[in-house]
Design a protein around this ligand. Structure first.
Ligand code: GN1
Ligand code: MG
Length: 358
């Protein structure tokens, strides 16, 4: 798929109720799925410009964008009501900007979904966790987000990606791709496949606990990467959770695991580690403290008990997903070089092992 240009994004901005004239759109952020732009809008009769985040939702990943946006509208409305008493309420939650037809998104000529948010100003994202305080802050913010959604009125949210954190199913998909080998790449991944098969025991640890009723279904974020929380420029505090496409029914342990996957990794996600690596126990600890504090007593005994292995489970899952995408022709995650998904796979394998041993 061709990357979306800044010019196309600027054209699509015309579909939204922006209260001014769109003057520029620039590629923004480092997500692996959607195309994201910072949009500047000039207000009539004033020098002030207002910024927005404009996104094209990846249609291959999210075939039901109306369901995605329905979830996002409900979730942000609920949080906005809850945060209304805070002095900086407007920065605490994303605000969906309506399209000109009053829907929360619009479709382009190819049927792809575009949506627009107000930019959260005075805050930034980071791609790697540098300090224990950042690990704690991020964990607190994602846990608080889930806790604050625990009383969202019914109906149940749409599952925007069915089976998103069904780790055993992810592993079966990998085996199927290895068998069918549509891009003739399996021969070069023998080692990674063998390593993942040897770690297969990790796959059902969370889903089995869920199936037996030992851990509760919650509304979770499901993609708790550090760059999905905006940090205040002045204080470093987590002000706003972003990337809400996968907010849906899930398990807190996957959210916690993904926090650990990012924080305890001493390398980049795609470093392509040839040997092993050592996971950072101090980062694990800081993440656990922040997460427990953010949930404020709402985590069950079983959830608390299973937290230590959650990082290994989701890191294994990511290794499986990256390798699956490699075998499937690199069509899911954005890649910036040949073998990028293989480098990601290798890093996640090394990290999953390190997290299991932590
Ligand atoms: C994707 O969109 P982004 O970059 O925040 C992916 C996550 C992975 C992550 C790995 C919808 O997240 O599941 O953990 O890449 N999102 C989706 O970096 O598949
Ligand atoms: Mg993201």
């Amino acid at each position: 798929m061709q990357p979306v240009t800044d010019r196309t994004a600027l054209e699509q901005a015309a579909g939204f109720e922006l209260g001014g004239t769109p003057v520029s759109a620039k590629a923004f952020g480092s997500g692996h799925i959607n195309d994201t732009f910072a949009l500047t809008v000039a207000k009539p009769a004033s020098d002030a410009a207002v910024r927005f985040v404009l996104q094209r939702v990846n249609p291959r990943v999210f075939p039901n964008p109306a369901g995605v946006m329905d979830n996002i509208v409900r979730v942000t409305r609920h949080l906005r009501e809850k945060y209304a008493i805070l002095p900086d309420a407007a920065r605490r939650v994303m605000t969906v900007v309506p399209a000109k037809d009053a829907r929360p998104y619009h479709l382009d000529a190819e049927g792809a979904c575009w949506r627009c948010y107000r930019m959260i100003e005075g805050a930034h994202t980071i791609d790697a966790v540098q300090t224990l305080e950042q690990a704690r802050t991020a964990a607190f913010a994602f846990a608080r987000f889930a806790r604050d959604l625990s009383d969202l009125p019914p109906p149940r949210l749409h599952e925007t990606i069915p089976g998103f954190h069904d780790t055993p199913a992810r592993f079966r998909t990998l085996e199927k791709l290895a068998e069918e080998d549509p891009f003739r790449r399996a021969a070069s991944t023998g080692r990674e496949l063998a390593e993942l098969r040897a770690m297969k025991h990790l796959a059902p640890l969370i889903t089995d606990a869920a199936a037996s009723g030992a851990i509760p279904e919650r509304i979770t974020h499901n993609d708790t990467k550090i760059n999905n929380v905006m940090l205040d420029d002045a204080t470093g505090e987590g002000v706003c959770i972003v990337d809400l496409d996968t907010v849906m029914p899930g398990y807190a342990l996957y959210d916690f695991g993904d926090l650990v996957r990012v924080a305890a990794n001493p390398a980049r996600e795609d470093a392509g580690i040839p040997g092993g690596l050592t996971a950072r126990r101090d980062m694990y600890q800081a993440s656990a403290e922040g997460f427990e504090e953010g949930f404020g007593g709402y985590l069950t005994e079983q959830e608390l008990k299973l937290m230590p292995m959650a990082g290994a489970v989701i890191t294994f899952e990511l290794a499986v997903r990256f390798l699956s995408d490699y075998l499937d022709g690199d069509r899911y995650f954005k890649t910036s070089r040949p073998g990028h998904n293989l480098d990601r796979t290798r890093t996640q394998i090394a990290l999953a092992r390190a997290l299991e041993a932590l």
